[in-house]
Design a protein around this ligand. Sequence first.
Ligand code: ADP
Ligand code: MG
Length: 158
Amino acid sequence: MVASTTELVTRSPEETEAVGERLGRALGPGDVVALTGDLGAGKTCFIRGLARGLDVRQPVSSPTFVLVNQYAGRLPVYHLDAYRTGSLTEVLDLGFDEYVSGDGVTMIEWADTLRPLIPADAVWVHIAGLGDEPRTISIARPDAPYLTGDVDSPRERG
Ligand code: ADP
Ligand code: MG
């Protein structure tokens, strides 16, 4: 699959959230966003923006103990964090396939640990940088028509 990568630099959590929000607005039923980056890079921060772009009003935080948080936006939103995941089987037992094949949007922190389970058409977001450093956010998207525009001006899903 052809992928296009967009790279953006952010200098505050608010900017990272704003980038997430723009991507969130472009997402539709069944979309999967796979996030990678070190602890403290800003994955949860970016997901806060994604959720806002999907009209979620509930507070968003890492699902540390439950592994999956569910929010209600203009679509159902599933927020997974694979940080403490023991095995792929454990994730499948959570109902992973139902999340990613359903009509909701699935967002996965530490997605690299679940790589074999991530659908081929997922949007991959990598965040580099820690602490007070600026963050470089790379968004690699499959060549789907609704995501071919720049993140700054996402096209409507056609
Ligand atoms: P992760 O989920 O990747 O472990 P979090 O989103 O929980 O990371 O935390 C990111 C931390 O980095 C927050 O404390 C946030 O305030 C801080 N931070 C500083 N600059 C940025 C930035 N440009 N983008 C995102 N987070 C930033
Ligand atoms: Mg996190």
